[in-house]
Design a protein around this ligand. Structure first.
Ligand code: HEC
Length: 114
């Protein structure tokens, strides 16, 4: 139950944050880049992976590089702080389970862009 509340909140904030035009159907059933993943990456992987914020690491400000690297991204966010390769680097805690699950579900759902 909490998961759906979380997904809905994320979906609404993703919609508010994106400057796309026109209403879009809110659906909690399918995880998409624009609806769920983009906002998480912009918060959690900032600034290192966001060139527009001065990040010098692999740019994750776009759909195609996230899609290409999804296996490595999930592998790294599943690690624990202190493990070699753990992301988000320098954080003391992992992303929440529900956030990690969103990445997993996005992959299971076939990595849809929208
Ligand atoms: C504080 C800066 C910082 C943050 C925040 C951060 N990263 Fe990184 N990331 C790095 C650095 C530095 C490297 C290169 C060193 C390495 O590969 O471990 C890297 C490398 C990576 C790589 C390997 C890229 C490659 O070249 O194959 C992945 C995948 C990755 N990060 C994912 C993420 C994800 C997903 C997030 C957000 C949830 C995140 N990172 C947040 C600094 C950061």
């Amino acid at each position: 139950m909490r998961k759906w509340v979380f997904l809905t909140v994320l979906a609404v904030s993703a919609l508010l944050l994106s400057n796309c035009s026109g209403p879009r159907k809110l659906s909690a059933s399918r995880v998409t880049y624009e609806k769920n993943i983009m906002a998480i990456v912009q918060t959690e992987c900032s600034p290192c992976h966001l060139p527009e914020k001065g990040g010098k690491k692999k740019p994750y400000d776009n759909y195609s590089s996230l899609k290409t690297d999804i296996d490595e991204i999930i592998r790294r966010i599943e690690l624990s702080p202190g493990d070699k390769g753990f992301m988000p680097m320098r954080r003391m805690t992992r992303l929440s389970d529900s956030t990690i699950n969103l990445f997993r579900k996005w992959r299971t759902d076939g990595l849809p862009e929208k």
